[in-house]
Design a protein around this ligand. Structure first.
Ligand SMILES: NC(=O)c1ccc[n+]([C@@H]2O[C@H](COP(=O)([O-])OP(=O)(O)OC[C@H]3O[C@@H](n4cnc5c(N)ncnc54)[C@H](OP(=O)(O)O)[C@@H]3O)[C@@H](O)[C@H]2O)c1
Length: 221
């Protein structure tokens, strides 16, 4: 299998629409694909990456974790749970770091190539005015720092490449649905995916290492 475009997380609310929009030539990788890619298993990430070949021009990571049957976003310090923090960091920070470890070396060298991972505005420390959501906020802040650091290293060998964290806006998916508030600007996954792809298409290497919102604007860390 050789590819130029890869989408990781094709079963997600946003990932499924991105996968469709990116077209049939896109390699889709997730826990239920062949080969399987599990963020919690570096061997599976390495094997999936090596199955893609080199010369990739676009890799999008649409995975992420906010809540599950066991853990809900914390409203106060009293709810901080080490296991919740550990799961959030494993899925939102360590997992994408391993994706960068194994996929950035596969990006095309002599042309523009993009690695984009879905982060979140709430991972911005300077934008934090509401508090709460400790594990999600902190793990996305860690992701933003990992992206920044990887972008600096990537530029040494691939000056045309872009490595960014993207905020998709609030999107009606299983991840955000239980927390959507009346009056909040909630987008459909299709609208969000279209905006993300437009934003990605306009990215240049000068934007590498930043956090960018659904309209292509930089969000301060
Ligand atoms: N929705 C929003 O309003 C919103 C807002 C800001 C940021 N974001 C960010 O956007 C991204 C996508 O969000 P979404 O709403 O589309 O979430 P979602 O519907 O919950 O999708 C999450 C994706 O992550 C994958 N995933 C979870 N654990 C994994 C693992 N161990 N290995 C591989 N893949 C795994 C899931 O795959 P499985 O099917 O295998 O579980 C699924 O494809 C996330 O990073 C989220 O933080 C979303």
């Amino acid at each position: 299998m050789t590819a130029t475009q890869v989408l990781i997380g094709p079963t997600g609310g946003i990932g499924a629409v991105l996968a469709a929009a990116m077209g049939p030539g896109t390699v889709l990788l997730g826990r239920s694909t062949v080969p399987a890619l599990d963020l919690l298993d570096e061997g599976s990430i390495a094997a999936a990456a090596s199955s893609c070949g080199s010369g990739l021009t676009l890799v999008i990571d649409a995975t992420g974790f906010l809540h599950d049957a066991e853990f809900q976003p914390e409203k106060s310090l009293r709810q901080i749970d080490p296991a919740h923090l550990a799961r959030s960091f494993a899925l939102n920070a360590t997992g994408p770091a391993l994706l960068m470890k194994h996929f950035l070396p596969l990006l095309a060298r002599d042309e523009r190539a993009v690695f984009a991972t879905l982060s979140a505005r709430v991972g911005s420390i300077s934008d934090n005015r509401l508090g709460g959501w400790y594990a999600y906020r902190a793990s996305k802040a860690a992701l933003n720092q990992l992206v920044r650091t990887a972008a600096i290293e990537l530029a040494r060998t691939r000056p045309l490449a872009v490595c960014v964290a993207l905020h998709p806006g609030t999107v009606d998916t299983g991840l955000s649905g239980p927390f959507a508030k009346n009056g909040l600007d909630v987008q459909t996954p299709a609208a969000a995916a279209a905006k993300l792809l437009t934003s990605i298409a306009g990215l240049t290497a000068e934007r590498s290492g930043t956090l960018i919102d659904q309209n292509g604007l930089t969000i301060p860390f």
